[in-house]
Design a protein around this ligand. Structure first.
Ligand SMILES: [Zn+2]
Length: 145
């Protein structure tokens, strides 16, 4: 390393040039004396870092899945439902505020979720639920809220 001011050859570690008394930037000097990028990486065995990273990714994915499961459960718990039971199956419609959020059919019963959602959009949720009850009762189903 040479002095920036006068070009005098400097000993490592000096803070002031002995020739012209100009201050010497030691941090820059130290960095230049070390081989680029070498020391940090060789201390760990190869292969340990990628394994740790994949674990983190796994936990993040599990966390997101867990969060989604909790949200779905909260959605169903907070929702209202109407359940219609007949001799050969049952239909349970879940709704929350003005939205049909789910429909579960058992046995020979079936439900068209898209149609129900569409109905709720055009006629409102109360009318839709009322229609479901009336339609199901015509087919000898018993509906409870
Ligand atoms: Zn100098």
């Amino acid at each position: 390393m040479n002095c920036k001011n006068c070009g005098n050859l400097l000993q490592p570690g000096v803070t002031v040039c002995p020739n012209c008394n100009a201050p010497v930037d030691n941090t820059q000097m130290n960095n230049m004396q070390q081989p680029m990028g070498a020391p940090m990486y060789n201390t760990q065995p190869i292969g340990q870092q990628p394994k740790k990273k994949s674990h983190i990714v796994l936990w993040i994915v599990l966390g997101i899945i867990g969060l989604l499961v909790v949200l779905v459960i909260i959605g169903f718990v907070a929702s209202k439902k109407v359940k219609c039971t007949g001799s050969n199956g049952s239909v349970t419609v879940y709704y929350y505020e003005n939205e049909i959020i789910g429909c579960i059919a058992t046995g020979n019963a079936y439900c068209d979720l898209d149609k129900l959602k569409e109905n709720a959009k055009t006629n409102g949720i109360d009318k839709t639920i009322q229609t479901i009850k009336e339609e199901m009762q015509k087919s000898n189903y018993t509906c409870t809220d």
